[in-house]
Design a protein around this ligand. Structure first.
Ligand code: C2O
Ligand code: CU
Length: 508
């Protein structure tokens, strides 16, 4: 952790003290749920929701007295949440009505939308180099066959993902199923928390400094786009879907009371059993669903969700805070009786198929090194960067699993004092080991991002499918991804097979 005094002024907000937001002054805000424009039925009987989203520039009220220009899905940050049931397909008509060039950072606003957490066909997966320029649109098709989970959609445009997501291009996508509905709090008690951080220029606009492509750490923590908000809660069990949408900051959430938080789901949905923790390491793009039991607190009590310090983040005055909960009086006894999940923390949850895989099932083992060539130099994965993939005309792949192959991948962090949340597209994986030992209790659920800490070595297992094609693997510290810690793998295709789902050279 770098002490505040050594953080250069340029990398912190330039706001005067009256404009700088104060912790626990803003009210909690829940992103709106997007309504489908229409619905239809596919020939096989599956229901399809048709959504329409326009990416556009807008002003947001993040600061108490100044407006902040953002680029958002439907002009808001976070974008509107898509919420549907497992088995309901979605077609999202994505329109790029952004300015041609970023109004502050100057780069071309050509976007690619990735649904993070879904097994999408390659041409709908948000392939970084498959960009949609201003004035164009693209229909993304999502099958939604996976178990219930918290997903998110975000920009993945090549070289500028960091600036684009930071400017607001991120939103939630929530998929329910019967099991999850029976086990966990729903509706008003099922609360999304999108964490991010930002720094502001004196005029209220977003500041950006990625410190020679190592990372951007803001001095203002946002939850659903509001600085350190306060949420009123009833004395009962709540479920929080926590997404770390920060560009580079990881979190270690904990309660000011020292009471446990109960992790019930990871990136790919329900874990086998509830894990009580006092805090956990929450890297970028990871989702943890957490129950907090407020039934033991009195109306009038304030409980803070704090952020314990993590090495390799830049800490500022209030980045040790996330948000606060103010307990209000409970509703009537009879209302409480109607809701069986009022104060129940389930213990047994669900066994996702990926949690049943064991190392014996693997037909192949592969090894990857995440590395850094030095300040301002590329970030690499086993010596490969996305620049190499581009130079190969998108032919260069770093792995070539068969369709339905089970493989074990070992990822070692050889980059010195940096951590890398590594995301593998298409599949859910299970973390088999971390530094030769069992993974942390809270990460024993289906995952699609693995936090590879300083000097760590992790092993993950997964089954490649159900789609053939080329998919990315990258660090979710976005300046690392953009410069250029991203590679690809090819599923179920030989090197010279024609790729029917080619995301960027689609047959005419
Ligand atoms: Cu959340 Cu390839 O990204
Ligand atoms: Cu990284």
């Amino acid at each position: 952790t770098v002490p505040i005094s050594t953080v250069s002024a340029k990398s912190a907000s330039q706001l005067g003290s009256a404009d700088m937001p104060k912790p626990y002054a803003a009210a909690f805000y829940r992103p709106p749920v997007l309504k489908p424009q229409s619905t239809s039925v596919d020939p096989d009987g599956a229901k399809v929701n048709h959504y329409r989203i326009t990416m556009r520039q807008a002003d947001a009220q993040i600061l108490p007295r100044k407006k902040t220009g953002i680029l958002g899905y439907e002009g808001i940050f976070p974008g509107p949440s898509i919420e549907l049931e497992q088995g309901t397909r979605a077609v999202v008509h994505m329109r790029n009505q952004l300015p041609q060039f970023h109004p502050k950072f100057g780069h071309l606003m050509a976007t690619s939308t990735h649904l993070h957490g879904s097994a999408s066909l390659p041409q709908y997966d948000g392939y970084a180099s498959d960009v949609t320029p201003r004035g164009f649109c693209k229909d993304y098709h999502y099958p939604n066959f996976q178990p219930a989970r918290t997903l998110w959609y975000h920009d993945h445009g090549v070289h500028f993902t960091a600036q684009n997501v930071y400017s607001g291009l991120a939103g939630l996508y929530i998929m329910h199923d019967k099991l999850e509905r029976a086990l966990l709090p729903q509706g008003a008690y099922d609360v999304p928390l999108v964490l991010s951080d930002a720094m502001f220029a004196a005029d209220g606009s977003l500041g950006y400094d990625d410190r020679d492509h190592s990372g951007l750490w803001g001095d203002v923590v946002l939850v659903n786009g509001r600085p350190w908000p306060v949420m009123k809660v009833q004395p009962r069990v709540y479920r929080f879907r926590m997404l770390n949408a920060s560009v580079s900051r990881s979190y270690r959430p904990s309660l000011s009371t020292g009471d446990p938080l109960y992790i019930v789901a990871t990136d790919g949905g329900l874990m086998p059993s509830t894990q009580a923790v006092s805090n956990w390491r929450h890297g970028m793009a990871e989702r943890y669903e957490v129950l907090i039991d407020f039934s033991k607190y009195k109306p009038g009590q304030r409980i803070e969700l704090r952020n314990l310090s993590n090495p390799n983040n830049r800490d500022y005055d209030h980045t040790n805070k996330i948000m606060a909960f103010d307990v209000v009086a409970p509703p009537s006894e009879s209302a409480m009786k109607l809701d069986p999940k009022w104060n129940v923390i389930p213990t047994k949850l669900a066994d996702s198929h990926v949690m049943a895989l064991t190392e014996k099932d693997a037909e192949k083992k592969r090894y990857f090194r995440v590395e850094h060539e030095g300040t301002g130099e590329p970030w690499t994965i086993s010596d490969v960067t996305w620049e190499d993939v581009i130079a190969s005309n998108f032919k260069l792949v770093s792995a070539d699993p068969r369709l339905d192959a089970v493989e074990v991948w070992e990822i070692e962090n050889k980059s010195g004092g940096w951590f890398h949340p590594v995301h593998i597209h298409l599949i859910d994986f299970q973390i088999l080991s971390r530094n030769g030992k069992a993974p942390f209790g809270y990460e024993k659920g289906p995952k699609d991002v693995v936090y590879v800490g300083e000097g760590e070595k992790v092993k993950v297992i997964m089954k490649f499918g159900p789609h053939k094609g080329r998919y990315m693997v990258h660090c979710h510290n976005l300046p690392h991804e953009d410069h250029s810690m991203m590679i690809q793998f090819r599923v179920g295709l030989a090197a010279d097979d024609p790729d029917p789902n080619d995301p960027i050279h689609a047959a005419p």
